[in-house]
Each structure stands twice: as structure tokens, then as C-alpha cells.
Write a protein that binds this ligand. Structure first.
Ligand SMILES: [Zn+2]
Ligand SMILES: [Zn+2]
Length: 275
């Protein structure tokens, strides 16, 4: 088992990198990836502060040395993409020490507006308020802005892994739109085509399930079925913010994707996945 999406105490996770590595060995992992939230140029409570980025890298590399052959450790970042605001993915690649980047959208920027819609986190109210204030309550306009931003990230930044691609559905929870509505299907289909074209790996993220915020993975079964038909590579992750979350939901994810016909093989020089 592997997991390439983990957050340590350098960002919004609970613990030191070594504690995740110990837990990973105990769980029988062969590989572990660290993906702290990359620094962003505004005050926030989730990302690695810019001045701590090199310490994060050094500490993960130190853990890699100390675990040696017993656990393959990869050093990465989960990078936010907000057009005109966040740094390019290449500026992080130029750090030199990073093995991979997960690209994610947590904050949606409407066109012609500098305010941001926070679509993640524990509170439905934040989602509802942003929808009302930034998109005049027009869910189709809001969801379209999310997928436009995600698609732009995939095509212009080419992340190794696309993080929780349909997270926009989490706080919808069946309230504003159904996932089988033609306009929504068209948006997700376009997103999958962009992922395929970029050659990125699509993450299957279990965090919503074990946090009780979603009754489905990100992305859910319908999208994964289409990803299989399109021969898009996937990787399973729990988006762990604590060592004890490293394995949560991964065996259910494995069952689901195997039932859809995915098979394990190396799909990336560093990242083991399914295709
Ligand atoms: Zn994320
Ligand atoms: Zn994350």
C-alpha cells in the first residue's frame, strides 16, 4: 500500500514527518509521499510558510535517509492554483529537491473579482455564503468557475497528480445540483480529457469519506468509470493530516477501483499507481 498525499506539522497536519514514516512502516507501506501545502502569497492557516519551505524539505530528506530501504520516501507539495495569485508550479519545481507536485483547487476565484470562494473545510456555511456573495447564488456559474480553474491548472501547470478533482461536490451534498445533470457531466468530461491530455495522474482521495463530509471518494465512481474507459492513471490517497489517518479508506478505494477494472502497475517513474 502507498499514499502520496500527507500533511505534516509544517502545514495543517499534526505531526513530524518521522511519525508518518513510522506509522507507514507499521501499516506495511512500501512507499510514502509527503505533500505539504505549498506556500501561498496571502495570510492563511493551512500552507507551509514561505520561510519554512527549505526546513520542510530538509526534514523529509533526513527521514528518507534514516528509513533507508525500509520505506521509499518521496518529497512533494500540494500546490494551490489561483490564476493571477499563486506562484507557477515551475517556480516550485525549480527548488530542485521535489519529486512530484499535486495540483489542487481549494479556493475559486470568480472572473473580475479578487475575493475567493473556499470550497473545502468543515463548514457548509462557508460554501453557501461564497456561492451567494460571489456568484449571485448561481450554482452552475460557480461550479463552472471551479472546473475552469482546475482545467486551466491542468493544462498550464501540468501537475504530476491532480488532487481531489471533483471536491466541488462535497458541500453541494445533493442540495444545489445533481451529478447526472448534462451541464455537470459535460464539465467533468472536459476535465477528464484535460487530465488525459496532460498525462497527469488522477488521485482517488478518501478524506471526505472518513471525515464524514462526503458519501463518496473524490472523484466518485461515475468519474472513475469514465477515467478507466479513457485509460487515465490513478493513485489512491487518504490526504492524511495525522499519522493515524494514513490508511483510512484506502482498502475500500482499492476494492472500488479494482471492481472498475483498474490494475496496479508503475505509471510514473516515482509514483506507483493503477491504470
Ligand atoms: Zn487538498
Ligand atoms: Zn491535502
Amino acid at each position: 500500500m502507498t499514499n502520496y498525499h500527507t500533511h505534516t506539522y509544517y502545514c495543517d497536519g499534526s505531526s513530524k514527518p518521522a511519525e508518518y514514516a513510522r506509522e507507514a512502516v507499521a501499516a506495511g507501506f512500501t512507499e510514502l509521499g509527503f505533500s505539504g501545502h505549498a506556500p501561498v502569497p496571502f495570510s492563511n492557516g493551512f500552507a507551509i510558510p514561505k520561510e519554512k519551505l527549505s526546513a520542510y524539505c530538509e526534514e523529509v530528506l533526513e527521514v528518507r535517509r534514516s528509513f533507508g530501504q525500509s520505506l521509499k520516501i518521496w518529497l512533494g507539495l500540494e500546490v494551490d492554483y489561483i490564476p493571477g495569485i499563486t506562484s507557477s508550479f515551475d517556480s516550485f519545481r525549480q527548488q530542485g529537491c521535489l519529486d512530484y507536485l499535486i495540483g489542487s483547487v481549494h479556493l475559486v476565484k470568480p472572473a473580475h473579482d479578487d475575493r475567493l470562494w473556499f470550497i473545502d473545510g468543515p463548514e457548509k456555511q462557508t460554501y453557501d455564503d461564497g456561492l451567494a456573495q460571489l456568484f449571485d447564488g448561481d450554482i452552475r456559474k460557480a461550479v463552472t468557475a471551479y472546473y475552469q480553474q482546475l482545467g486551466e491548472m491542468v493544462t498550464t501547470q501540468r501537475p504530476d497528480i491532480v488532487g481531489h478533482a471533483d471536491k466541488i461536490k462535497m458541500h453541494n451534498a445533493g442540495r444545489y445540483f445533481r451529478e447526472d445533470e448534462p451541464w455537470y457531466v459535460a464539465l467533468t468530461q472536459q476535465m477528464l480529457e484535460q487530465v488525459k491530455e496532460a498525462g497527469s495522474i488522477l488521485e482517488v482521495n478518501s478524506r471526505g469519506l472518513y471525515k464524514g463530509r462526503s458519501n463518496d471518494f473524490f472523484p466518485g465512481m461515475t468519474l472513475l468509470k469514465r477515467a478507466r474507459e479513457m485509460d487515465i492513471a490513478i493513485t489512491l490517497s487518504s490526504d492524511a493530516h495525522r499519522p493515524e489517518e494514513l490508511t483510512l479508506g484506502l482498502s475500500q478505494a482499492r476494492q472500488l477501483i479494482e471492481s472498475l477494472g483498474f490494475r496496479e502497475k508503475n505509471v510514473h517513474p516515482f509514483i506507483k499507481g493503477y491504470r
